[in-house]
Design a binder for this molecule. Structure first.
Ligand code: TXA
Ligand code: MG
Length: 313
């Protein structure tokens, strides 16, 4: 249910939870001042308490209260990419960042979103924690309809432009003197080269355990439909194929279009919508064309598809 910015401010200040559009995906917002609202965010999502939340602020200077130091290169990154789809994990001031936000870690994650209304809201409410507004493990919400699917049609959603990027922010942490990517996202490793002088290493499963990126441990972004990743379709018949409008697939299959294969931004924007639409249409399995370049934003798209297709173990 859409609400105005005035109502959203009122709800958040009263310790209630509100869904908020950002340029990446919808967030499920609670005020950092209201631990009971933050607890409710975990409950609503069915999120494990070991998976910490990102603190969103309207302006980089607001984080000073919540950190003990700013690692080398912090200003380069903040100046270049904030506001925007970048999250930085920093040493937390454990006296000011509630334990429930950090899931007990000594660090906290921060982002200044680019979405104008989200930032206007933040300037009126102060810092908000916002995980993606979806049930834990399912594709993130990029439309108000997705939020309502997961939390009910009466759930309050700030009315504003929906999510132009369609994939979550990229998360960086500074360890051993360098920044590394602990969650791939809307910004690719090569996007940081000009500012940092190097491409941050993209950490793999070895770093998914605390204190790096606990959230990466879990099966993620997954519809109920079984996804089968393929590069080759000559034997496919009678299948649903998530594919690309500029590619040819054998007759006798139904192709659901993820965009043009040469336009990764379009694929990103369509990805979660398409995964959710499989379930809406009661499709129980689909082949997914993963014959894409292994560069830039494609790497994030491929990572999401691998996670979405992973087994439940
Ligand atoms: O684009 C985004 O980042 C969206 C929008 C709403 O801002 N938010 C989002 O939040 O994707 P969420 O909770 O779905 O994912 C946050 C990820 C989780 O994988 C979590 O483990 C990680 O950030 N994270 C949060 N705090 C952390 C910390 N202190 N150290 C390491 N990872 C952290
Ligand atoms: Mg999420």
């Amino acid at each position: 249910m859409y609400i105005s910015i005035e109502k959203a401010v009122e709800f958040l200040k009263a310790g209630e939870v509100v869904a908020v559009p950002t340029e990446t995906v919808y967030g499920l917002a609670a005020s950092i001042e209201h631990p009971e609202a933050i607890k409710r965010v975990y409950q609503l999502k069915g999120r494990p308490s070991s998976n910490p939340l990102i603190i969103h602020v309207s302006n980089a200077t607001e984080i000073n209260k919540y950190v003990t130091e700013l690692p080398d290169g912090f200003s380069l990154l903040a100046d270049a990419f904030w506001p925007g789809p970048l999250t930085l994990v920093l040493p937390a001031n454990i006296d000011t960042v509630p334990e429930i936000v950090r899931a007990g870690l000594q660090t906290a994650a921060f982002r200044v979103p680019r979405h104008l209304l989200a930032r206007q809201l933040l300037s009126l409410t102060g810092p908000l924690v916002m995980p993606s507004a979806n049930l834990s493990g399912t594709p993130s919400a990029t439309l108000v309809a997705h939020v309502e699917q997961d939390f009910g049609s009466n759930f309050p959603v700030l009315e504003g432009a929906s999510c132009a990027i369609g994939l979550e922010s990229t998360i960086l942490v500074h360890t051993h003197g360098k920044w590394q990517i602990i969650r791939q996202g809307a910004l690719a490793a090569r996007d940081f080269e000009e500012n940092l002088g190097y491409q941050p290493h993209v950490s793999g499963p070895e770093s998914y355990t605390a204190p790096l990126c606990p959230g990466q441990l879990f099966r993620h972004y997954a519809p109920k439909a079984k996804l089968i990743l393929r590069k080759e379709f000559s034997m496919a018949h009678g299948e649903i194929i998530l594919g690309f409008s500029d590619k040819k697939y054998p007759e006798g299959n139904r192709v659901i279009n993820l965009g043009i294969s040469s336009n990764p931004s379009e694929i990103a924007e369509k990805l979660y919508k398409t995964l959710r639409s499989l379930d809406d249409n009661h499709i129980s399995s689909a082949l997914v064309d993963i014959d894409l370049p292994k560069t830039g934003l494609y790497l994030t798209i491929l990572e999401r598809l691998y996670k979405a297709a992973a087994g439940l173990d």
